[in-house]
Write a protein that binds this ligand. Structure first.
Ligand code: NAG
Ligand code: NAG
Ligand code: NAG
Length: 522
């Protein structure tokens, strides 16, 4: 079924891309070892390749079958190490902001080194291969940002969890702390005094830690692996042509963005739905009240949860009047209830698209939240770490979800939360409203990302999109120098004037006094 609207959209998109760029050579670097960061860009990179660009992708997730115009440089990581890191993250995050930042630093410097020490990557670095564009994940891997200058190509950053105060610096975006919450916190955009104080604290910590700990370390990598570089790393960091942000105001909040910071939440979702495997669909169909889907995402493996926790989850599911699909990474689960279907992988977006799937029980990862919004499904969220708390909080605040505490939920709490969302239609109604506003844009998110990427190619780095802040130093950028003159000089004058008047008065007074004394003596 082709609607008029979709024909119009297709024509409009064609019109936009007819000022096509010649096939470009693109180097994409996505070193983060967790699969979810790569999921964010996979459709985007494949689409670029399908449009005739030659894509070289550096990541831990090579294509399983060779793809035209697509070359993989594979970073080898020990997945068990990644699992351990995730488990220790789950334990550490409870400790606080500093521990979380330390963890991020250790993890990302490890990843930087994996990339820099990769033989194929080194070969590429020392080859005379040319690239027209660098696309890179922006998550504390600042030394790698030098690839832009190294290959004399414009650079595009992709952030899979949206903007934050550090990522802002790459394009001189601004996040006013009074109404733009940090993604790692728990605040919504309407903050009271204490929440604003908390947001100020979180952002300050993040900024200080980045500049005192992470960047000095990245500076060492920069000097070691780009010995010929002439720019300071500080300037390299400010030299991005474009930022693609995995966020959208429909399910979070409106916020200021410079023209080259573009919201593309949803670009990872393939627009064509695939048919579900028959056994999955039959299991969904078998449940007359609809089915629910449970997944903790790709980083947290539910098969690695403690036995006690698994038992609580199974007890909750067993007591439900609906069938449950559970992403579980082992083939057997002792004591699995009859109404539960386990599999190590589900085509998540297609499952959520199924009309009989009524609810998504999720860890609240960014992609999961976006897919829930895309398919208008309410959630029960049980966040595990980092931005997941805020993601679930957003769903609660917006009215399309309920949150429960991952560390201590009981089977009763889980069951009650699920039944609340299943039985109360307000959650599904809100999910539909939010979804409608999520979809109402001139171009879908993937086309938007492609459009702006090719825009950067067409316009040689598109300097016309960039605010001038990078030409100013810290004092200039914050108007400290001009304010000093505008307010400082009058203030100084006022002080001198006051002092002068005071002197005159004092002199008068003392001469009066002297005269008085003199008269008295006479
Ligand atoms: C630095 O320059 C030297 C000499 O031109 C060259 O051999 C080397 O490959 C360059 N290193 C990098 C990382 O570009
Ligand atoms: C599930 O139900 C739908 C709608 O009734 C039907 O089209 C589909 O073929 C069914 N699938 C299976 C595997 O039974
Ligand atoms: C779980 O922990 C949270 C915060 O630590 C607390 O507020 C909540 O009451 C706890 N729930 C249960 C069931 O113990």
């Amino acid at each position: 079924m082709i609607s008029l609207k979709s024909i119009a959209a297709a024509l409009w998109f064609l019109a936009c891309v007819t000022n096509y760029v010649e096939s470009a050579k693109i180097l994409a670097v996505f070193p983060f070892p967790g699969p979810s960061q790569y999921i964010c860009v996979q459709s985007y990179l494949k689409t670029l390749a399908a449009r005739g660009h030659e894509v070289t992708s550096v990541s831990a997730f090579p294509q399983k079958t060779p793809l035209k115009n697509f070359r993989d440089i594979t970073i080898h990581i020990d997945q068990s190490h990644h699992d351990e890191a995730v488990i220790s993250a789950i334990e550490q995050i409870a400790v606080g902001k500093l521990a979380e930042l330390q963890f991020a630093k250790e993890y990302t410097s490890l990843t930087s080194l994996l990339v820099f020490n990769n033989e194929d990557f080194q070969q590429l670095l020392h080859s005379d291969e040319q690239f027209d564009l660098i696309i890179i994940e922006v998550f504390y891997q600042d030394a790698l940002y030098a690839l832009g200058k190294h290959f004399k190509a414009p650079i595009i950053g992709v952030s899979s969890f949206g903007a934050d105060i550090v990522i802002d610096q790459l394009v001189d975006n601004v996040s006013p702390l009074a109404y733009v919450p940090a993604p790692s916190g728990m605040n919504m955009d309407r903050m009271n005094f204490w929440q604003r104080l908390d947001n100020l604290y979180a952002n300050t910590m993040e900024l200080l830690y980045t500049h005192l700990e992470i960047i000095p370390e990245q500076q060492r990598y920069y000097e070691k692996y780009f010995p010929n570089a002439t720019l300071r790393l500080t300037d390299v960091r400010r030299d991005f042509s474009l930022l693609l942000l995995n966020q959208h105001y429909s399910f979070s909040w409106p916020r200021p963005l410079v023209p080259n910071a573009i919201e593309v939440a949803g670009m990872h979702i393939e627009n064509k739905l695939k048919k579900l495997p028959t056994d999955m669909e039959a299991f969904i169909n078998a449940s007359s009240r609809g089915a629910i889907y449970f997944s903790l995402g790709s980083n947290v493996k539910s098969a690695l949860l403690p036995k006690q926790k698994l038992q609580e989850i199974m007890n909750a599911f067993a007591s439900l009047p609906v069938n449950v699909l559970w992403k579980f990474e082992k083939t057997d689960l002792a004591g699995k209830p009859k109404n539960v279907f386990i599999n190590k992988w589900f085509p998540q977006s297609d499952v959520l698209a199924h009309p009989k799937v009524k609810l998504f029980v999720t860890h609240g990862g960014m992609h999961s939240l976006i897919e829930a919004v895309h398919h208008a499904k309410p959630i029960v969220g049980t966040p595990v770490f980092y931005d997941q708390y805020l993601n679930v909080e957003k769903a609660v605040y917006k009215g399309f979800g309920v949150g429960i505490n991952f560390r201590n939920f009981t089977s009763t709490e889980l069951r009650d939360a699920i039944l609340e969302v299943l039985n109360n239609p307000k959650y599904t109604e809100r999910a539909r409203e939010i979804s409608a506003s999520f979809h109402d844009r001139p171009m879908n998110p993937l086309d938007t990302a492609i459009y702006w990427t090719e825009y950067v190619l067409r316009h040689k780095g598109a300097p016309q999109l960039r605010v001038a802040a990078r030409h100013l130093n810290f004092l200039q950028r914050h108007s400290v120098d001009t304010m000093a003159v505008l307010f400082g000089i009058p203030l100084l004058l006022a002080i001198f004037l006051f002092y002068g008047v005071f002197q005159v008065l004092a002199a008068l007074f003392s001469s009066n006094d002297n005269a008085h004394k003199k008269r008295k003596r006479d």
